[in-house]
Write a new protein. Structure first.
Length: 296
């Protein structure tokens, strides 16, 4: 994908997720329950999520995330992060996905992967990185979550207790009451249920994935960085920085609630790094580009 394509997709993402979705009849707080209902019905029938349904879910979860956090207003910074991320994605196991990378305007130190190829990093975390290799390491970790379908597998597990089937039911009830000439107490209740379902989807990102998925993403991110020409030790440097910040920092609260402790991740990373071949030396030195992007 060329630079103009990257910029165009970023623009389309921001416009479509924040405005187009609001025109849908079954949209609540920016999330299209109709699309989620369809995906839920397909999942219930087929027992798994195919790539088309992954894209639907990804669009709606991205809208959900952007409903809670706005994009950083600096277009040059957005373009830079998208450029680095897209380059890494071409070296991943799913280069054909329509990848989008963006910066959220929040002081929290965190990053998010969303099915379908969406990766977000917070401006707070970005400000605590010291090189493009470290940025690449963080983005690689999130890319791996998508290529390995970690969130999708968790959604499929949750469906065993009817999460997406519940979304389908609530969406149907909400639509019926929404078009009623005389909104009832039931309509108000359905709106509350819809909000609760929205929260249930959000729970996937507030409780996090399992420890094994997170450590596996770290291990595979190291290899993805090396394959793309970045320093494979950069993720360990990020973990060291997060460990120095400490668990009492409010900016780290969500990351620590959804990931193993940085010290544990660092210990596991050291084992992975010891297994890398000696030839896995960094080929890219883009410190100047990283500094310029953050100072823009």
């Amino acid at each position: 994908m060329n630079m103009s394509g990257i910029c165009l997709r970023s623009t389309v993402l921001a416009i479509s997720l924040l405005t187009v979705l609001s025109a849908c009849n079954m949209t609540v707080n920016g999330v299209n329950f109709g699309k989620l209902a369809t995906a839920g019905q397909h999942l219930s029938q087929a027992g798994g999520i195919d790539e088309k349904q992954e894209m639907q879910l990804g669009d709606e979860f991205a809208a959900m995330l952007l409903g809670a956090s706005r994009l950083h207003p600096n277009p040059a910074l957005q373009q830079y992060v998208n450029t680095v991320g897209t380059y890494l994605a071409t070296h991943s196991d799913r280069p054909e996905l329509p990848w989008t990378f963006a910066v959220l305007d929040t002081p929290d130190l965190n990053a998010f992967a969303i099915p379908g190829g969406y990766v977000f990093i917070s401006s707070g975390l970005l400000a605590n990185l010291s090189s493009e290799a470290e940025l690449a390491a963080v983005l690689s970790h999130e890319i791996v979550h998508i290529t390995e379908r970690h969130h999708l597998r968790e959604i499929e597990r949750q469906n065993s207790v009817g999460l997406l089937s519940t979304i389908a039911s609530v969406a149907a009830e909400y639509q019926q009451e929404h078009h009623s000439e005389r909104p009832s107490a039931r309509a108000y209740q359905n709106r509350q249920i819809a909000e609760n379902v929205l929260s249930a989807g959000h729970l996937l990102y507030t409780k996090g994935l399992g420890r094994d998925d997170e450590l596996a993403a770290d291990a595979m991110a190291v290899r993805l960085c090396a394959r793309a020409g970045y320093d494979p030790y950069a993720l360990a440097a990020v973990m060291q920085q997060l460990d120095r910040i400490g668990s009492d920092s409010s900016a780290l609260s969500l990351l620590l609630a959804t990931h193993p402790a940085p010290a544990e991740r660092l210990s596991q990373l050291e084992q992975q790094l010891n297994q890398l071949p000696a030839m896995a030396q960094p080929k890219l030195d883009l410190t100047g580009r990283f500094i310029a992007a953050l100072q823009h």
